[in-house]
Each structure stands twice: as structure tokens, then as C-alpha cells.
Design a protein around this ligand. Structure first.
Ligand code: NDP
Length: 433
């Protein structure tokens, strides 16, 4: 902590993984000798840069840009860019650290990295977002590449931003290097199922957990936090599996819709009009909007936190358990506080940590890279089939590892240990670098 003062989210993410690793280090003294844990506390490379741009009224704005190239034992650094005013080094490092193990769990050849900026896209015009993205890439381009570091989207970075970033990369380098970014548009190197992948994958993972107890999504009441990329497609897959999605949220409040959330309407408001969720209730008679409230106040059997870190604390977890929640799967990164996770685990709730449950997004990014490398594009059905196999594979790997270490059903332990061992083995083989 003394080396990284004030980086609370980073400390939290490291603690959460290291807490699982005691029995692994006992079985593998070679990891201790090679200082694998110490090395994992230090990213391979951290880049911080100025992003100057001009707003629509002609004023100069200065933001801070980040790219943390965390670990390349398994492949080129891979992980999203986040544009949100809360972004600082501690957030980027926590996300990059999580990404290492998540990417390892997918079984694909990708290392871990993350980046972003404290730029707030909310209320900005398309032209402002474009100028910001161009300035951001004017520095970032020298650090990334198909074989080096492959960014993607995250909070505040979707198809529009990836388009502007890719355009600037191409212009500066004079290379049509499709594999340098993922999350691209379908007509220019993107992959079908990439927009859906994180949300779909989260529900597929939760469904696999439910199956271990003979359960399913059919007829279940589901609540979801957020109404962005991950939330929208988690809701869609839950509905496809027969669930009733009762509620979702944004950073101002939540909506409850007893008739089931109309996903097309959420998408229209949030993705097309870039409006607020409040407008959903104004347009749909069966819905009620609660300003400033917590979506975790709604009773449900399945809860899917898909917004942001530390959005579900101990009190909300206790409330959900008392209301009969049976399955919780993290679509977002680290949305449940450690205290909330303990509440769920003690109550016997099936709990899926983000690094396992939301790995479908990065896995499908890796499928996008495969398609780019072979200059091919796969059908929706084929790509979704691959995603499903990958999620079932991650689920089984986590479940088997938890059992191997004497804690069946503990997906937190399973994910941390399985991801870690894969990375540690590669780090040992590659020597002290
Ligand atoms: P989006 O920007 O598309 O959506 C984010 C949603 O979360 C919005 O509804 C937003 O509300 C809400 N939100 C964001 N910050 C806060 C906050 N501080 N408090 C309350 N609500 C907030 O992002 P994504 O859906 O892509 O990402 C959501 C989560 O999923 C993140 O944790 C991300 O790291 C994780 N993730 C994303 C992947 C992907 O493929 N996109 C892959 C793996 C993980 P508002 O509209 O009001 O801002």
C-alpha cells in the first residue's frame, strides 16, 4: 500500500485475489521463489498522458489519459478504455489487474491491460467526442498494435468512440490494422455478437451455476443495475431464457416495470437518443421511476450488477438475501463490495465474480481478432455458439478448481486460482521479466 498510496480500488482488487491464493502458494513454492505475487503487484508499463482538445464553444479542455499495460505473459495486452470522470490511476490499475486473470480464464492468448480518461462524455456533442478521441489516440497510437496492446470499449466507450479512435490510428500510422482495436463496427472489421457478448455471457454463466442446483432462468424475477452495454444484453438474454426482468437503473435512479422491461425502449433512449432512464417511465404506462433510489430495493431471485465498481454493499446484500435472492452474477467489474460477497456466500447464494461472469466480452474480442487475422467474418449463430462454449468452459474450470481446493461452489476461489495458475506458469516459463 505504501508503494501505491490512495489507490483504494487497486488495493481492494489485489486483496480479493490474494486472499484466495494461500493454498496455491503452499502447493507451489516455486511461485514464492520467483516472486510471482510481488511481480503481479507491479504493472509491466504505465502510461499517463495529457489529452488537450477544444470544446464546441472554443475553450481548451485538458484531460488525463491512461494506459496500464499490466501483464503480457499470455499474449498482447488486452482490455478496454473507460471514459468517466471518476477515472484515475487506481481505477485503471484495478481494472487491469482483474483483466489479467479474466483473460487467462477465457483460455485465449491475451494478456491484461486497461486504460481510459477522466473525460466525461455525458452532454458532449458528437463533434466534441470526436475531437477528444482524436487527441487521445494521437498519444496512444505509439503504444498499441496488433501484437502489442489491443484496447476495446468499457464505460463511456462504445461503437462511436471506437470508430473515432480507429480512424485516427489509421490516419497517423497509414495502416489499416484491423486487429489494433476491438468493438469495431460490423461493416469495418467488427464481429457479430461483440455488443451482446458481455451481457449474454454473464447470464449464460449464471445459468450454468443455476443448473448445478437443478435451476434455470425460466420464470425467475431478475433485477439488473445499469442500462448500458452490459445491462441491456444481460436483460435480453435473461428474457430469452424465460425470465421476467423487472428493473434496471442508471446513475440517477431506477425503473420498475411489472410488465417486464422493454429492452428496445431502453436501447432507443440510452443508445440512440443518449437520454436518461427517467424517460422510460414517461413513455411506458406499466413502469415507475424512482429517482435517486437503489435498484437493489426490488425483490428478485436473480440480481445482476452491471453498472460499476462497489455499487452493491453489505446492507443491500442483506436485503436481497432476506428477499430470497438465489443467484448473483457480476456483469460489471467488482460491483459487489467484499462485505457483500461474504453475505452472499454465507447465505449459500450462487455468486459469480466478474472476472469469470463477464469474461464473455473480452473472449468475443479475441474472436474478433481471430476473424481480423484470417480476414473472415463469422455468422451470428457460429459466434454465439463459440461464446456459449467459452462461458460453459469458464464455468466448469472455476467449479472444478473450487472443488480441487476443497471449497465446492466457491466460484470466487475457483476463478482466482484457475486464472492465477495459468498466468503464474507462463511467467515462470518466461523467466524474470
Ligand atoms: P456503459 O457506459 O455502456 O454503461 C454503464 C452503465 O452503468 C450506465 O447505465 C451508467 O449510468 C451506469 N453507471 C456508470 N457509472 C456509474 C456510477 N458511478 N454510478 C451508477 N451508475 C453508473 O458501460 P458498460 O455497460 O460497457 O460497462 C458496465 C460495467 O461492465 C463496467 O464495470 C465495465 O467495466 C464492465 N464490463 C464491460 C465490458 C464490455 O464489454 N462493455 C466487458 C467486461 C466488463 P449513466 O448512463 O447514468 O452513466
Amino acid at each position: 500500500q505504501a508503494r501505491n498510496p490512495g489507490e483504494v480500488e487497486f488495493h481492494q482488487a489485489v486483496d480479493e485475489v490474494f486472499e484466495s491464493l494461500g493454498p496455491v502458494m503452499e502447493r507451489h513454492p516455486e511461485y514464492v521463489e520467483a516472486a510471482v505475487l510481488e511481480r503481479l503487484c507491479e504493472p509491466e508499463r504505465q502510461i499517463i498522458f495529457r489529452v488537450p482538445w477544444t470544446d464546441d464553444s472554443g475553450h481548451v479542455q485538458i484531460n488525463r489519459g491512461f494506459r496500464v499495460e499490466y501483464n503480457s505473459a499470455l499474449g498482447p495486452y488486452k482490455g478496454g478504455l473507460r471514459f468517466h470522470p471518476s477515472v484515475y490511476l487506481g481505477i485503471v490499475k484495478f481494472l487491469g489487474f482483474e483483466q489479467i486473470f479474466k483473460n487467462a480464464l477465457t483460455g485465449m492468448p491475451i494478456g491484461g491491460g486497461k486504460g481510459g480518461s477522466d473525460f466525461d462524455p455525458r452532454g458532449r456533442s458528437d463533434a466534441e467526442v470526436m475531437r477528444f478521441c482524436q487527441s487521445f489516440m494521437t498519444e496512444l497510437y505509439r503504444h498499441i498494435g496488433e501484437y502489442t496492446d489491443v484496447p476495446a470499449g468499457d464505460i463511456g466507450v462504445g461503437g462511436r468512440e471506437i470508430g473515432y479512435l480507429f480512424g485516427q490510428y489509421k490516419r497517423i500510422t497509414n495502416r489499416y490494422e484491423s486487429g489494433v482495436l476491438t468493438g469495431k463496427g460490423l461493416g469495418w472489421g467488427g464481429s457479430l455478437v461483440r455488443p451482446e457478448a458481455t451481457g449474454y455471457g454473464t447470464v449464460l454463466f449464471a445459468n450454468e451455476m443455476a443448473k448445478t442446483r437443478g435451476g434455470s432462468f425460466d420464470g425467475k424475477r431478475v433485477i439488473v443495475s445499469g442500462s448500458g452495454n452490459v445491462a441491456i444484453y444481460a436483460m435480453q438474454k435473461a428474457q430469452q431464457l424465460g425470465a421476467v426482468v423487472l428493473a434496471c437503473s442508471d446513475s440517477d435512479g431506477y425503473v420498475v416495470d411489472e410488465a417486464g422491461i422493454d429492452i428496445e425502449l431502453v436501447r432507443q433512449i440510452k443508445e440512440v437518443e443518449r437520454g436518461r432512464l427517467k424517460e422510460y417511465a414517461e413513455r411506458r404506462g406499466s413502469a415507475v421511476y424512482v429517482a435517486g433510489g437503489s435498484v437493489w430495493d426490488v425483490d428478485a431471485e436473480v440480481a445482476l450488477p452491471c453498472a460499476t465498481q462497489n455499487e452493491l454493499g453489505e446492507a443491500a446484500a442483506v436485503r436481497l438475501v432476506n428477499a430470497g435472492v438465489k443467484v448473483v452474477a457480476e456483469g460489471a467489474n467488482m460491483p459487489c463490495t467484499p462485505e457483500a460477497v461474504t453475505v452472499f456466500q454465507k447465505a449459500g447464494v450462487l455468486f459469480a465474480p466478474g472476472k469469470a461472469a463477464n469474461a464473455g466480452g473480452v473472449a468475443t474480442s479475441a474472436l474478433e481478432m481471430q476473424q481480423n487475422a484470417s480476414r473472415d467474418s463469422w455468422t451470428f449463430e457460429h459466434t454465439e455458439q463459440r461464446l456459449t462454449e467459452i462461458m460453459v468452459g469458464i464455468h466448469d474450470r472455476c467449479a472444478e478448481t473450487a472443488e480441487l481446493y476443497g471449497q465446492p461452489g466457491n466460484y470466487v476461489l475457483g476463478a482466482n486460482v484457475a486464472g492465477f495458475v495459468k498466468v503464474a506458469e507462463a511467467m515462470l516459463a518466461q523467466g524474470l521479466v
